[in-house]
Design a protein around this ligand. Sequence first.
Ligand code: FAD
Ligand code: SF4
Ligand code: SF4
Ligand code: SF4
Length: 385
Amino acid sequence: MSKKSGSQIELKKSVLEQCLCTGCGACVGLCPYQVIYADRTVQLFNCDLPDGKCYAFCPRTLADYDHIKKSLFNINDLTPEIGAVKGYYLSRASDPRLRLKVQHGGTVTALLELAMGEGLIDSAIVSSRNEEFEQEGRLVTNQNQLRGYSKSWFTVSPTMAAFNRIPDDRKKRTGVVATPCQATALAKMKTAEIPGYSGSDLPGLVIGLFCGWTLSMEKFHNLLVRYGASMADLTGMDIPAGKNILEIFTVSGLISVPMAKLDHCVRTACRYCMDSTAEFADLSVGAARFGTDCEEMRGWNQIIVRSDRGKELFELAIAKHALEIREASPSALRELKNAAAGKKKKALKNIVEKSHSTKNLLYLQNDDPVVRKYLSVDKKRKGKS
Ligand SMILES: Cc1cc2nc3c(=O)[nH]c(=O)nc-3n(C[C@H](O)[C@H](O)[C@H](O)COP(=O)(O)OP(=O)(O)OC[C@H]3O[C@@H](n4cnc5c(N)ncnc54)[C@H](O)[C@@H]3O)c2cc1C
Ligand code: SF4
Ligand code: SF4
Ligand code: SF4
C-alpha cells in the first residue's frame, strides 16, 4: 500500500534530500513555511503537522499513480506509454497572427483563449518571466492578455504555487498550463484524502505540455555566459527536429548548443521522471518534430485528447475554427509512444541505480502495471546480455 499522507519533514527526507524535487511549486503558496528561491524549493521553518497538503500534493511522494489515473480517466483509453488517449492529431491555431507569437502551432494559447472566451474558465495560470528572468506562475483573467505569455522557456516554472494562492472557488474556474510533473500534482490535489479538504472539482482545465527536461537556472546561466550571452538577452528557445541541438534565440542572434554540452544543465529530478506527455492533463500538447518537412512542422503541434472535458474543448475548437487539424499518421503516434516508453525505461533505470533495488522505486509503487512493464523489459534485456 502506498502512503497517502505525510509531514513536511517526510517531504524533506523523501523528496528534497533525494534530489527528486521537480520545482513544480505544488508545496508552495499553501502556508508561510515553504518558498521558492530562484528555482529551488526551500523550507523556511519546520512544521509539526503530521499530515500536510505539501506532502499530499507533491508529484514525487509515494502514491498509487495507477489508481489515480484509473479514477480520473476512462480505463479503456489508457495506454502504457502515454496514458489516456481519446484522440491524437496534429493541430495549430487558425489565427495566423497568433501563430507568429507562439512556440510551435499556438495550440495551447488558442485553446486557452477559446475556453476563456466561451466562459468554460474565467482565468488561466500560465508561465511568465520575472525581473530576474526566472519563470513563475501568472494568473491571467483577461483573455486578450494570454498572447503575452506564449512560447516555451526551458527553465522550471513553479506554476503550481500561483495556483495554490488563488481562492478555492476560483480554482474550479481556472485553466492551468502544466508540465507533466505539474499535471501530476494537480491530479493529486484532485484526489487527495485530507480531513476537511475536497479537491475533486479542481482545477477547471489542465492543458499539459510534453516535456523532456528542464534546465537548472544557475547552470544554464553559466552556459550562456560561456557563449557570450545572458538570461536578459533571450528571446526564445527551441529544439529543432533531427539536429540534436538546443536553439537559443537572443537579441544578438542564434546560439546553437549541442545537446551533449547541455546535459550537465538538466535538473537532476528530471532524470527520474517517467512522464513525457503530461498523462494527467485533459489535453496534452507538444512539438510535431517529424515528417518530411521539419521546418514546416515546426509550426504545428501534436495534441493528445485525454478526458471528456478535453474532448469537449477540442471539438469546440474545431467547430469554432480556433484550431486547424491534420490527421496524424499511425507512424507519428508510434514514434511518440516509442519516445515516451524510452523515457520511462531510462527513468526507471536511474531510479533503480539510485535506490540500489527494484523493490524501492522512490516515489513509484513496484506493483504499478506501467512500472512493471518497463522494469521487466529492462530485466529481460539484462538476462539476454
Ligand atoms: C520545460 C519544457 C520542456 C518541453 N519539452 C518538450 C519536449 O521534449 N518535446 C515536445 O514535443 N515538447 C516539449 N515542450 C512543449 C513545447 O515546447 C510547447 O510548449 C508545446 O509544443 C506547445 O506549443 P504551442 O505553440 O501550443 O505553445 P504556446 O501557445 O506558445 O504556449 C506555451 C505555453 O507554455 C507556457 N510555458 C512556457 N514555459 C513554461 C515552463 N517552463 N513551464 C510551464 N509552462 C510554460 C506558456 O506560459 C504558454 O502558456 C516543452 C515545454 C516546456 C515548457
Ligand atoms: S504540513 Fe501544511 S502547514 Fe505544514 S508545511 Fe506542509 S503545507 Fe505548510
Ligand atoms: S511539490 Fe513540487 S516543488 Fe514541492 S517538493 Fe514536491 S516536487 Fe518539489
Ligand atoms: S522532465 Fe519531468 S520532472 Fe522534469 S520538468 Fe519535465 S515533467 Fe517535470
